[in-house]
Design a protein around this ligand. Structure first.
Ligand code: NCD
Length: 342
């Protein structure tokens, strides 16, 4: 029997399992998917749906006025239990650009979570106030739990060290716009591949395109989780290599995706301090790169890209943040099933 696609979610006491403090796999059933459109992982969109969404984002970029009133009567709730600048603000800007309104909270302690409310109860209530919701949470699987109790579409805006599908949509739009394609590329993913949720989602999305090669650049302790290596890369027979030195990897890359060491996911400060400056991309290393190799970074950056690199025409990370608005506009329109054909 074909194994169903699985979501790996951390079930804790809060998610109503009194004993388990371990990851469990939740079957990802068709029924759940089609009852209501949510976005938990990039795999919730087929390649065709994804291409259509990116086309819509490109059209929004070219003709913003055409979309300025498409969500006039709609509200977006942003429920952020974890810090964010780009994701929350770009979601809010996206809804405002569509003529809609936004409401929400930006820290757990300014919400009833501080009083002990579950995400399931919070989303039930939010469903009365908004038409769509973006949720970020430090616990893996929390937006999935919310989606199961929700009567409005829920978008995973980052769940712990697991997934970040809307960053992936942003990354795909950026790569496609700069390189003209998502197939036939060699992409280097560098930094914290263990806890970096943007990397996990991006790999899941890109393995569906032809001839994508991954170079996974990390220190030994921050290598990608084995479920990505086994269930995503090996299972799909995708070419990849794991290396430690950025200098060795850089000359072959079409895209270099830098990431921050995820301080908040470390169990002790000492390990973080040892890892935090493991990679610093500077002018000297950029001399080893192809003329047309673009640098992406989901941001925020700490030390991993020297400021001197910002003026290099291949530095695309601020442009990438702009693409995040167009793609989130396209996503809101898609999940709300707004007719944009005329
Ligand atoms: C990322 C995130 O929150 O996972 N940032 C983002 O959403 N743009 C990456 C990070 O925090 O390092």
């Amino acid at each position: 029997m074909k194994k169903p696609l699985m979501y790996y979610m951390m079930v804790t006491k809060e998610f109503s399992d009194p004993v388990a403090q371990r990851p469990v796999a939740v079957p990802y059933t068709k029924k759940w998917r089609y009852d209501m459109r949510h976005l938990m992982s990039p795999l919730d969109l087929s390649v065709e749906e994804l291409d259509k969404l990116l086309d819509l984002a490109n059209d929004i970029e070219k003709n913003p006025q055409k979309y300025a009133h498409t969500c006039d009567d709609k509200r977006l709730a942003t429920l952020f239990y974890e810090p964010s600048t780009r994701t929350r603000l770009s979601f809010e800007a996206a809804m405002m650009n569509l003529g809609g309104k936004v409401l929400g909270f930006s820290t757990a302690d300014s919400s009833s979570a501080a009083k002990g409310e579950s995400v399931a109860d919070t989303i039930r209530v939010t469903s009365c106030y908004a038409d769509i919701c973006a949720m970020r949470h430090p616990k893996e699987g929390a937006p999935l739990v919310a989606s199961m109790a929700s009567t409005i579409p829920v978008i995973n805006a980052g769940d712990g060290g697991h997934q970040h599908p809307t960053q992936t949509l942003t990354d795909l739009l950026t790569i496609r716009s700069l390189q003209g394609r998502l197939h036939d590329i060699t992409i280097g993913l560098c930094g914290d591949l263990k806890f970096g949720r943007t990397v996990h989602s991006l790999i899941e999305a890109l393995v569906r395109y032809d001839n994508v090669k991954f170079v996974l650049i990390s220190p030994e302790e921050l290598r990608i989780p084995s479920y990505i290596r086994e269930d995503v890369l090996n299972r799909n027979h995708v070419e990849f290599e794991e290396v430690e030195r950025l200098e060795d990897a850089i000359p072959q890359l079409d895209i270099l995706y830098m990431t921050r060491v995820q301080k908040e996911r470390f169990f002790n400060e000492e390990d973080y301090v040892r890892m935090k400056d493991f990679y610093i991309l500077d002018k000297q290393k950029m001399e080893l790169a192809k003329e047309e190799m673009f640098i992406l970074h989901p941001l925020p950056r700490v030390n991993e890209i020297a400021v001197e690199v910002d003026s290099d025409p291949r530095a695309a990370y601020f442009k990438q943040a702009q693409y995040g608005v167009y793609v989130r506009m396209a996503l809101i329109l898609t999940l709300l099933e707004v007719d944009v054909s005329c």
